[in-house]
Design a protein around this ligand. Structure first.
Ligand code: NAD
Ligand code: DAU
Length: 350
């Protein structure tokens, strides 16, 4: 089986590529990535010499390039993760999110449709990796299930919702063998330090302010990234065509509580007196349109396919902090260049 994984140099994609390359030596894995600010080949250094792994640099928005790639490579399946993924950036530059997340996805669907039309036996699966943010925001009660109506609020979630609709449309209209999963917030190694957890790990290390939007009472449902990759593996191999699965760790936390836990954990690891890091917490202007609460009901995935998370939040966070403390060069590299400029702009426009 020759599988195209898009966005494999990013945070989640790198864990999915590693899992597939190491678990399935008989599969040929082609990683297509544009290497935007969020893509980093250092995330996959250990795979460079693997005979069943190949990297291709390219842009999913370029339809000509995508069509030629599919014609040449004759993939058997696609796992599509490439996207613009950061909500705050989507507020500043929505069109980039439309281009990559919507147009890029439709380009891949068109190329896959041609392969499937020419040889339905050969092209087996188009797996679209999506987000729980398409469902909008919850109040204090309830959870998102697979049938929750779409109600996206940010330009990011609107673009992901649109791409989900196109994937379903290609399944219903052209019988393309599609599957979608919608996952909650991931955390773990290789996470770009613009997202809450890696940003705060980075800032604690450097004794810089920890920016908490609003009162820090928004709730997110956190899942260790390797558990997400495991779920993608199970769904890719076993889900029925046209189905959707929610993925989540049943692990809801208010943002302020996550950061307090992180501060305590890092006081110990950095040998700082208890309470030192909490003093860095700084409440800043809220994110526009900030969704109050996300919570995923992943019962269908557990009951149909037997998937459950493998680590608790405390275990996963502990592994994550250790990874960042042991990979200072990675952090140094991704925060050089434009990073400082972006980061400063973030807080002056509020
Ligand atoms: P990321 O930003 O870390 O990585 C995205 C990758 O896509 C990068 O390697 C980037 O270079 C690549 N890319 C961007 N534009 C491209 C283009 N035009 N052509 C080719 N490659 C391009 O994102 P992530 O957090 O790893 O998210 C991966 C996927 O999972 C996304 O589709 C996202 O919507 C979804 N998702 C993320 C989370 C989360 O918590 N991070 C949760 C649920 C779903
Ligand atoms: O739910 C899945 C989604 O989770 C994914 O689809 C997105 O790609 C991913 O980025 C993530 O979106 P969030 O907006 O929830 O993640 P982020 O880390 O940006 O923010 C988490 C929470 O923390 C959110 O309530 C906003 C808040 N926050 C974020 C940042 C960056 C802060 O309080 N301060 C910050 O500096």
């Amino acid at each position: 089986m020759k599988i195209l994984i898009t966005g494999g140099a990013g945070f989640i994609g790198s864990h999915v590529v590693r899992l597939f390359v190491n678990t399935y030596p008989n599969y040929e894995i082609v990683n297509l990535d544009k290497l935007t600010y969020a893509g980093n080949l250092a995330n996959l250094k250990d795979l460079e010499t693997k005979p069943n792994y190949r990297f291709v640099k390219g842009d999913i928005v370029d339809a000509g390039f995508i069509n030629t790639l599919f014609e040449t490579e004759q993939f058997n399946a696609v796992i599509h993760l490439a996207a613009e993924s950061h909500v705050d950036r989507s507020i500043t530059n929505p069109l980039e999110f439309v281009m990559t997340n919507v147009i890029g996805t439709v380009n891949l669907l068109n190329a896959a449709r041609t392969l499937h039309k020419n040889n339905p036996e050969q092209f087996k699966r188009f797996y679209h990796v999506s987000t729980d943010e398409v469902y909008g925001a919850l109040g204090d009660e309830g959870m998102f299930v697979e049938t929750t109506a779409y109600d996206p609020h940010s330009p990011y979630s609107a673009s992901k919702a649109s791409s989900d609709h196109f994937v379903r449309a290609y399944h219903d209209t052209y019988k393309l063998p599609c599957v979608i999963s919608n996952c909650s917030n991931n955390y773990g190694p290789n996470h770009f330090p613009e997202k809450l957890i890696p940003l705060c790990i980075h800032n604690i290390q450097n004794s810089k302010p920890l920016p908490i939007y609003g009162k820090g009472e928004n709730v997110r449902d956190w899942l260790f990234v390797i558990d997400h990759a495991r779920a993608i593996d199970v769904i890719f191999h076993n889900a029925k065509e046209g189905s959707t699965y929610n993925i989540g760790g049943h692990n809801e936390w208010k943002n302020i509580d996550v950061i307090r836990l992180l501060c305590r954990m890092m006081d110990k690891k950095l040998n700082r007196p208890e309470g030192t890091n909490e003093k860095l917490i700084t409440f800043v202007t809220d994110r526009a349109g900030h969704d109050l609460r996300y919570a995923i009901d992943a019962t269908k995935l557990k009951e149909d396919l037997g998937w459950v998370p493998s680590v608790t939040f405390e275990e996963g966070l502990n592994l994550t902090v250790d990874w960042y403390l042991n990979n200072k060069e990675w952090l140094q590299n991704v925060t050089s260049g434009d990073y400082q400029h972006y980061y400063e702009q973030q807080y002056t426009h509020r």
